[in-house]
Write a protein that binds this ligand. Structure first.
Ligand SMILES: NC(=O)c1ccc[n+]([C@@H]2O[C@H](COP(=O)([O-])OP(=O)(O)OC[C@H]3O[C@@H](n4cnc5c(N)ncnc54)[C@H](OP(=O)(O)O)[C@@H]3O)[C@@H](O)[C@H]2O)c1
Length: 327
């Protein structure tokens, strides 16, 4: 490979994992406010998979039609600063960093350039590159929990608690002092308890919508249920939210309707990243409030398999790509 080249996972059209290829492209050069990072690990998320496939289809209006504008995906990265632009003073060559690039993506590559003033932070001491890859799940989960206004003593049921967003929601809800009921397959119950769940439900053995308890909040973290199915679980002043729009995008309309009604409301906050998100996440990782739960790790060469696994909707937590492994 030439010195100014790097290997990337490249896709120039929408489709399933088959459209991905490993390619050599020119290594990017940092602008004055950017750092060039040698990526050591990146995640493959459901968002990456949605971007690869161009779903939901209306999103192609923003992400490119008929071809994707972004040809290198990967929102989340951890690695080492390799070069810093002339205006960068907060990072230096050799710093271990992690972060996310939610508009430009580009982490499924050996190098990525990001602004030194964006969602990037030095890594927590003594943590490995894969152990910090929990940004996306925490971002979405925390947005919903903050919209709920979760406080100590509140009760919350999380359906799909074993996904990236669900596991983040479980851990964050505990850190906010809530009582958590986690719903997932039997094989996840020990994990849920280790992460602090107060009650666990195996949805293959018990219909969680028929239990006798009422909750302040219900979060469908996997988009497999609906407000109308979960409504009976809510206390009168309780609220429901989901990570997906629901059938016919109903959660968006129900959230608008909920601005008028007072009881059993639906909240559907649009994802927005607080400016200090990554610094707060670093602290949460350092205190152990949030742990990254890694399901599988793949080398870059096998990234198509990683996407296939993510698309199966059966991952537990995070799927990781480790660069430089298995070459
Ligand atoms: N709003 C947004 O901007 C946004 C962004 C990213 C993702 N999302 C959506 O959020 C959802 C969760 O994302 P994620 O990354 O956390 O997903 P994920 O990690 O892929 O979630 C996988 C988990 O979903 C569970 N699951 C699969 N089928 C299920 C079913 N029929 N019933 C109950 N649980 C089921 C599995 O748990 P078990 O093993 O227990 O079955 C698995 O552990 C996805 O639907 C995704 O489309 C939304």
């Amino acid at each position: 490979m030439k010195i100014n080249q790097m290997r990337v996972a490249h896709s120039s059209r929408y489709g399933t994992a088959e459209v991905l290829g490993i390619r050599e492209v020119p290594k990017p050069e940092p602008q004055a406010d950017e750092v060039l990072i040698k990526v050591h690990a990146a995640s493959v998320s459901r968002t990456d998979d949605g971007m690869l496939r161009g779903i939901p289809k209306f999103a192609r209006l923003f992400f490119g039609f008929p071809k994707p504008k972004l040809t290198i995906l990967g929102m989340e990265f951890a690695g080492i600063v390799n070069m810093a632009g002339s205006e960068v003073s907060n990072f230096h060559v050799g710093d271990k960093v992690f972060g996310m690039s939610p508009s430009k993506y580009g982490a499924h590559a050996e190098y990525i350039c990001v602004s030194a003033n964006s969602q990037i932070s030095k890594m927590p001491d003594d943590m490995g590159f894969t152990e910090v890859l929990t940004c996306e799940g925490v971002w979405y989960a925390d947005g919903i929990l903050r919209a709920f206004g979760l406080k100590p003593g509140d009760t919350i049921l999380i359906y799909g608690a074993s996904g990236a967003i669900g596991l983040a929601a479980l851990q964050l809800a505990k850190s906010y002092g809530a009582q958590v009921t986690a719903v997932g397959l039997g094989q996840h119950q020990e994990l849920f308890k280790t992460l602090g769940a107060d009650q666990v439900i195996n949805y293959t053995q018990q219909d969680f919508t028929q239990i006798d308890s009422k909750f302040d909040f219900v979060l469908d973290a996997v988009g497999k249920s609906t407000y109308f199915t979960c409504k009976k679980l809510l206390k009168p002043k309780g609220s429901f939210s989901a990570t997906d729009g629901g059938p016919w995008g109903q959660n968006m309309f129900l959230a608008l309707w909920s601005k008028i009604i007072k009881n059993k409301r639906v909240l559907f906050p649009l994802p927005s990243i607080p400016k200090n998100f990554i610094q707060v996440l670093k602290k949460r990782l350092e205190t152990g409030e949030v742990q990254t739960i890694i399901d599988r790790t793949y080398p870059l060469e096998q990234i198509a398999d990683a996407y296939r696994y993510v698309a199966s909707e059966q991952k537990t937590g995070i799927v990781v790509i480790e660069m430089g492994v298995g070459k």
